[in-house]
Structure formats: structure tokens, C-alpha cells
Design a protein around this ligand. Structure first.
Ligand code: IVH
Length: 671
């Protein structure tokens, strides 16, 4: 191995780490995305050619973990505590009084930090390498979620020895902080889930908890999580003499530390900070639910100690939830693209955090039963960052008597009168009429939306008019619209009509993956559409293959494969595709170039692989033109066996199929 090559690889890694830090931690990139991709691609290529040089801290190794069956429980170095809360200035002053009394001093200094609304995590570093990420769990014991933690780009996988030394951080240390899902990522994820007919996460905190405990690291990676550090420990103890110092040091070492913090010399300054953030919190790209006030000096913290589960040296000032009490005047039912019926509370309009709220989602029948909501009830309604308002609980007191009218899910669709069914084991009720106009409207809105065919100007009002007048019966009809058609509609002038038509025309040039995504196949989201386009290179190819071949595509399992086959088996859908083809949409794309070394060869992977994750091994085989199958048969050419291989290995031996190890696979697949 040439030393020059190793040097080049290390130089690329250093550069990439530097630019990841600029982009994900400091939010101040120095190079374009394309330039960054170029560096990453060069590194990936070199590592693929020399797999023996891949190290776990390489920036290419963020998504390396294989799907897990569960998480291992791990004890914390010292308990991960929670905080006592204060809900008013008075309660905050009470806390300060106790601090003064217990410490016998009145010149206490404080560190004020945002109370980030996510989930706390402990990260362990050894020799500068991230070795473990653990959830809080019950405070004494959490779960090892290292492979998920590694996918969070603002968490450094390694920190250079010089940097540690300069920052004064010991070789073995622990960083505790908050993992969270930024609002933009949360909105996008819920939009995507809605489109796929999946249930929504109620708020970013729940979404974070769900994502941290994802068994599939590649899903965590897609969800664009973030992490802010706020504690630096050594052997379970605070390492620096001040909290403010620890924050600065963490920042200098390359961790993302929240810049909105303040060292305060008095409670007056603390209070001013709290008040200033109450108004500003809506402008943050993530949610906070208060301000954490910590005694700054570590020595004083130790003197003050703990009560039960919380330190006496810190307190969380909680902002009032942006909520209000109002009355449910009615419960309406909305029908979505997948036919899902969503109960929505029609509220007596009430102002919450600057906007008037008159609707709140009740999600589904289970939620209505859980809340015990009746029409006429007074309820507490809450609104998060910009999440859809939701009903939190029923209020029942003298001024707010209970309502009497029970809500029932209609047996017939409120839009088309079609039958409504609730499949066993599912929470949602659905309209089963394939021609339900609500489904049609939802389908067209999905098709026109920004991440799909990006037809600007084709919003709800226009889509409703187009479908109600029968001008558009499916998405292909959009491409037959004329200016005369549009001019007949309300609020449609010459200029707008022209713009809409130009937008529709422009959408024909969008790539194949958008068209696949736009078809609205259940479970086929943006990413899956991309993988399908790359794998097959044309829509015709996707339509032709069976479930088994579909499952060879990255991240496509039996459920998605089945849904795709079902979609294209339907006569109406085939007609739709044919109409879209006639309209001139993009039906072919760039098939990802593959080698031919293993063309026609079938592999089965079994046991625990150590040099590669399953996904990597699969990719290596596919990139060389081979395919990976789930079960061993006479047609299998090779079984790649890791440790603890079981029945598949026995079967291979029985059938006389060649059994190879990971190293041999590399030799076969990589030239
Ligand atoms: S300090 C003993 N600082 O709030 C110290 N916690 O209610 C405890 N949190 O479990 C943690 N932002 O998940 C601290 N700047 C911050 C925080 C913060 C959010 C969360 C953390 C903790 C919970 C306690």
C-alpha cells in the first residue's frame, strides 16, 4: 500500500470533517454542496478500492450500523438526572433563596441555557473517538444507540488529539446533551408520512424519541437530527470548574453548543434572559420549552447536591404551553389522499400565541376515546412551534360543563358516500371508493407539490374547481388543460392561466424519480422513488418486474414491493401511466452504472458480518452486477457466511453451494 494513498485518504477525511463542522455545527459553509460531494465521492471511491483502509471514524461510516433486533442496556457513569421546574418569577426567586441559604452566599453566578425540547443523550469518547451513545432511559440505565447517534452530522465521530489537548479535555470523557429534531425536518417527515398513509408524530420530541430508538440507522440518518452538548464529564463527574467554561470548551472542541446562552451575575439578568426568549422562541428553528438556569461554579454545585432525582443547583423555568381553553362546537371529518378519515374539532375561535385557532386535529377514533371527548366539551388546545393545533384534554369544572353528544365515525364517506372501513389492527378508518373526489383532490395536490412535480399555483382552491367541474379526473388530465378551460374558472385571469400552464409544461422535464413519487403508490416516498429510478432506469422496467426483483432495491422490503406490484396490476393505473407517457413526461433516467464482474451471480448473506454491514455487502455485490437473495436454493452461487451463521449455512452445505467469507467476497467483487 502506498504511503501517498494513505496520506491522500487521511487528508480527504480531515477536509471533510472540517467542512462538516462548518456546515452542521457552525452553520457557516465555506464550500458549495457540489464541492463537498466531490470530496466525499473521492474518499468513497478510494475506500471502495482499498477496503482495508476504512476506519470506523471515517466520514463515510456514519450510516454503517446494521438493523438491530433490539438495544443493549447500559449503566450510566453517574445518574442522568431531571430538573425541578419553576413556572413563575416567584418560584424562580424561591429557588434562588434556597441556593443562598444552603450555600451561605449571596453572590451566586448563573449560566442560562435554552431548554431544548428533545431527548437527552450521553456520548462517550475514548482517545478522541466516539465509542458509545446512550439514551437517558430511567436515569441510571439507558440503551446503547451508538449506530443511530453516529448518523447525526453535528456529532463529531472523532476529535484530533491536538484539539483535545488544546481544549484541555482528557482522553476519556463524556458529553451529555440534547438530541432534537429541527422543525423543518419534523414537518417534512410528517408530510412524507402523511403521503405514505402512515400515522403522524404529534410533536418533534416524540419524533426524536421514536427516531433515536429506530432499529434501522439509515432511517435515523434520513431524519436529519441535531445534537447540542451541555455537559462535559469525566468518570461521571463534572470536569471543569464552571459550567460556562465547559460550554466554551465543548464548542472549541467542535461540538455544537447552543449559542443562545448567557452568563448572569444576578437573578435580574437571568430574568431578563428568560423574558427576552419568551418572545423570541417562535423564531428558533427548533422547539424549546423553557430556560435552564444552572449555578455556574462546579464547587458550589457540589455543595448544593441533589434532592431525589434533581440537582438543587439547577432549575428549569418552564414557559406556559401555548394553549387555551375553548369549546368544541362540532367534530368534522376530513378525507385525505389515501382515503383516511381524520376527525377534526371545530372550535369556538380562540387566540393562541398570536394566531386565531378554530380547528384542532383529533387524529383518529382511538385518540377520541383516549381523551373521552364529546361534542360540546370544553377542551385545552395546544399549539407547538407551528404544528397543527391539538386537543390535549377535556376540561370539567363549574364554568366548563361537559358536552353530551358522542361522536361516531360515519359509516359512509362524507365526501362521496362511499363505504368506510376500519381494517383490523389499523387505527384509521378509510373510504374505500377508488373514485372518491377527496382522494382525487389529495392525489392531485400531492402530484403538484414542491417535492414532486413542483407545479406552482396548483393549490387547493384551483384543484377543487378543476375536479368539481370534471375537468381533471386524474393527474394525466392536467396535461390536457387548455387556456380556455382555465379561463372559465373563478378568480382566474389571463396571466394566472398562462402561468399555471407554463408550470405544468415545465414539470414534464422533471426526472423519472419525481414521476414515480408522483404516482402516489402507497409506501413509496421520495427516497424509495429515487432508489427505484436508479436501480431500474425506466418506469417500464419498474412496471414489469415482480416483487422479488423489487426487493433487490435498496430499502425495499416485502410490504413496499407488494404495494408497487398491486399498483401496476390495476387497469386504471396502467391507463394512467400510458396517458402520462403520451403527455411527454420523463419515463427514463440514469441507471446507476454497475460493474459486470458478478453479472448473473446470486449471493445469500448469512450470520454476523464484521468487515461490512449487510447493506454495504449488498451494495458491493450489486455494484459489481450480482444480486442478493434472501434464501438459499440450487440457484444460489455463493453463500457469504459471517459468524454464528445458522440454517442458511446448513442448507448451502446440503445443496453443495459454495460458501465464502467476507474477505473472499471482497476479492470477488472489488477489482
Ligand atoms: S441539564 C442535572 N441543560 O431537560 C442536569 N438539560 O428536565 C440535567 N434539557 O433530561 C440536564 N435542555 O433532556 C440540561 N440546556 C439544558 C437542557 C436540558 C434540555 C432537558 C434534558 C433533561 C431535561 C430535564
Amino acid at each position: 500500500m502506498s504511503a501517498a494513498l494513505e496520506k491522500r485518504i487521511e487528508a480527504l477525511r480531515e477536509k471533510i470533517r472540517h467542512h462538516e463542522h462548518r456546515y452542521y455545527v457552525l452553520d457557516a459553509p465555506e464550500i458549495t454542496d457540489a464541492e463537498f460531494d466531490k470530496l466525499m465521492n473521492e474518499l468513497k471511491k478510494l475506500e471502495a478500492e482499498h477496503p482495508e483502509l476504512v476506519t470506523p471514524d471515517s466520514p463515510t461510516q456514519r450510516v454503517g450500523g446494521k438493523p438491530r433486533e433490539g438495544f443493549v442496556k447500559v449503566r450510566h457513569s453517574s445518574p442522568m438526572l431531571s430538573l425541578d421546574n419553576a413556572y413563575s418569577e416567584e418560584e424562580l426567586r424561591d429557588w434562588e433563596r434556597r441556593v443562598h441559604e444552603l450555600s451561605g452566599r449571596s453572590d451566586v453566578e448563573y449560566m442560562c441555557e435554552l431548554k431544548l425540547d428533545g431527548m437527552s443523550l450521553a456520548l462517550h469518547y475514548s482517545g478522541g473517538q466516539l465509542v458509545r451513545g446512550i439514551t437517558r432511559g430511567d436515569g441510571s440505565e439507558g440503551e446503547d444507540v451508538t449506530s443511530n447517534v453516529r448518523t447525526v452530522r453535528s456529532i463529531p465521530l472523532s476529535i484530533g488529539k491536538d484539539k483535545l489537548k488544546k481544549a484541555g479535555i482528557p482522553a476519556e470523557f463524556e458529553v451529555r446533551g440534547e438530541m432534537l429534531m429541527p422543525l423543518a425536518a419534523f414537518r417534512r417527515m410528517n408530510e412524507e408520512r402523511e403521503k405514505q398513509g402512515l400515522s403522524q408524530f404529534a410533536n418533534p420530541r416524540n419524533a426524536t424519541a421514536g427516531t433515536v430508538r429506530q432499529l434501522e440507522p439509515s432511517i435515523t440518518a434520513q431524519r436529519r437530527m441535531d445534537f447540542f452538548g451541555y455537559m462535559l464529564l469525566k468518570d461521571g463527574h463534572t470536569y471543569f470548574d464552571r459550567q460556562s467554561k465547559a460550554m466554551d470548551v465543548l464548542e472549541a472542541a467542535g461540538f455544537k453548543v447552543n449559542p443562545n446562552r448567557k452568563f448572569a451575575k444576578s437573578l435580574e439578568e437571568v430574568w431578563a434572559f428568560i423574558q427576552s426568549w419568551e418572545a423570541k422562541r417562535d423564531s428558533l428553528p427548533y422547539e424549546i420549552d423553557g430556560i435552564v438556569v444552572k449555578v455556574d461554579r462546579t464547587a458550589l454545585q457540589q455543595e448544593l447536591g441533589f434532592t431525589g432525582k434533581a440537582p438543587r443547583w439547577a432549575i428549569a423555568y418552564k414557559y406556559a404551553a401555548r394553549g387555551a381553553v375553548t369549546q368544541i362546537e362540532d367534530i368534522l371529518v376530513q378525507v385525505g389522499r389515501t382515503g383516511k378519515l381524520t376527525p377534526v374539532a371545530a372550535l369556538k375561535p380562540v387566540p393562541i400565541g398570536g394566531t386565531t385557532v378554530s380547528r384542532a386535529t383529533l387524529h383518529n377514533m382511538d385518540e377520541i376515546e383516549r381523551l373521552g371527548v364529546k361534542i360540546g366539551d370544553w377542551v385545552e388546545v395546544e399549539r407547538g412551534g407551528d404544528v397543527i393545533p391539538k386537543v390535549v384534554q377535556v376540561v370539567d369544572d363549574k364554568e366548563h360543563p361537559r358536552g353530551h353528544k358522542n361522536f361516531h365515525m360515519p359509516e359512509h364517506c362524507p365526501v362521496c358516500s362511499g363505504n368506510v372501513v376500519r381494517t383490523e389492527g389499523e387505527v384509521d378508518h378509510r373510504c374505500v371508493n377508488a373514485n372518491c373526489p377527496a382522494k382525487l383532490q389529495g392525489t392531485i395536490l400531492h402530484f403538484a407539490s414542491r417535492h414532486v412535480m413542483d407545479i406552482d399555483g396548483l393549490g387547493e382552491a384551483l384543484v377543487n374547481q378543476l375536479t368539481e367541474r370534471g375537468l381533471v379526473k386524474n393527474v394525466a388530465d392536467l396535461y390536457r388543460l387548455t387556456k380556455d378551460d382555465l379561463l372559465k374558472l373563478e378568480r382566474m385571469g389571463d396571466k394566472s392561466a398562462q402561468n399555471v400552464l407554463a408550470e405544468i409544461e415545465a414539470s414534464k422535464k422533471l426526472p423519472l424519480e419525481r414521476v414515480i413519487y408522483g404516482l402516489g403508490i402507497r409506501f413509496v416516498g421520495e427516497r424509495t422513488a429515487q432508489f427505484l429510478a436508479e436501480h431500474f432506469g425506466s418506469l417500464d422496467a419498474v412496471m414489469k418486474v415482480g416483487a422479488e426483483e423489487l426487493e433487490e432495491v435498496n430499502e425495499v422490503g416485502p410490504r413496499i414491493a407488494e404495494s408497487i406490484v398491486e399498483f401496476f396490476a390495476d387497469e386504471h393505473n396502467r391507463q394512467l401511466v400510458s396517458d402520462l407517457r403520451k403527455a411527454g413526461l420523463t419515463f427514463t433516467g440514469q441507471k446507476k452504472q454497475k460493474g459486470t464482474k458478478l453479472a448473473g451471480k446470486t449471493f445469500v448473506l448469512t450470520g454476523t458480518l464484521v468487515r461490512h454491514t449487510r447493506d454495504e455487502a449488498k451494495k458491493m455485490i450489486e455494484d459489481a452486477g450480482g444480486r442478493v437473495s434472501g434464501s438459499v436454493s440450487k440457484k444460489t452461487d455463493y453463500v457469504v457466511a459471517g459468524s454464528d451463521a445458522g440454517s442458511k449455512l446448513d442448507k448451502a452445505r446440503e445443496l453443495g453451494v459454495s460458501v465464502i467469507g467476507e474477505k473472499e467476497l471482497e476479492e470477488l467483487a472489488v477489482s
